[in-house]
Write a protein that binds this ligand. Structure first.
Ligand code: MN
Length: 260
């Protein structure tokens, strides 16, 4: 199955986790939080065909790592995937809002210039602001809102803009997350773990536990478990084909096979 947002490099033994994912046949999007983490994280994929690495600069680190933007720019041609990026409006990060905006705007501008990028976006307490930035850069690529927790109205706007979503067991535990997922188009949802940040029973979630979201989705959407698995895999294949811009036609032709 698919874990479209996890932090492989942040597990205590990343090589062992990458190996275990490979043995289980998992498709993985391994996101990074800083450009300087890129090369070590990318090295985890060597010899593994289903793991892709995303180049990121996490909003919670924007104020400390904005100096790595030139490195981001240098590395971005090596991957179709960008993340984790976004904005975080929680009180402890709101004080660095100007830096967060500066970093996100630069990253989106770079993606827009290059075209064809698939983006994994963080939008905690900042859904409206993230959607504003995406609206300002309509050719940015394919935005995937990870662990979306905005309002139902924000969600309707994101759907209208053509955004996709990655959802995990942690998000689906709460009634709010379940309500949001009920509203999401089934053909624009992927599963994720957000491990090792996301926890279950007081421990970090493993990437393969993203699969537990399938049972939740099956209950929420009232669709059989196997049909959901097929839908999610087919969504991944679609993503390989489109690389579209928001609300517009395909701007670049990408590989047709499931590529994560
Ligand atoms: Mn994350």
């Amino acid at each position: 199955m698919i874990d479209f947002h996890c932090h492989l490099d942040l597990y205590p033994d990343p090589h062992a986790v990458a190996r275990a994912c490979d043995e289980r046949g998992l498709y993985i999007l391994s996101v990074t939080t800083t450009p300087s983490a890129w090369s070590g994280t990318e090295a985890l994929t060597h010899g593994k065909t289903r793991i892709r690495t995303a180049l990121g600069l996490h909003p919670q680190l924007a104020h400390q790592r904005k100096g790595e933007l030139p490195l981001f720019e240098k590395l971005v041609s090596e991957t179709r995937y960008v993340g984790e990026i976004g904005l975080d409006g929680a009180p402890e990060f709101k004080q660095h809002w100007a830096d967060q905006l500066f970093v996100l705007r630069r990253v989106l501008k770079i993606c827009e210039e290059l075209g064809g990028r698939i983006l994994s976006l963080h939008s905690r307490r900042a859904a409206g602001a993230v959607l504003d930035e995406l609206t300002a850069t309509p050719n940015v690529g394919m935005p995937i809102l990870h662990w979306f927790s905005g309002s139902s109205r924000d969600l309707a706007r994101a759907i209208d803009m053509g955004c996709w979503f990655s959802v995990g067991p942690a998000m689906l535990r709460g009634e709010k997350g379940r309500q949001l997922v009920r509203q999401m188009p089934k053909d624009r949802v992927l599963t994720e773990s957000d491990g090792p940040f996301a926890q279950v029973s007081g421990r970090s979630m493993w990437p393969w536990e993203a699969r537990d979201a399938v049972a939740e989705l099956s209950a929420i959407w009232n669709v059989g478990h196997d049909a959901i698995e097929r839908q999610i895999l087919s969504n991944l294949a679609t993503l390989g084909e489109c690389g579209s811009r928001i609300g517009g036609p395909t701007s670049i032709r990408l590989r047709a096979e499931p590529s994560v």
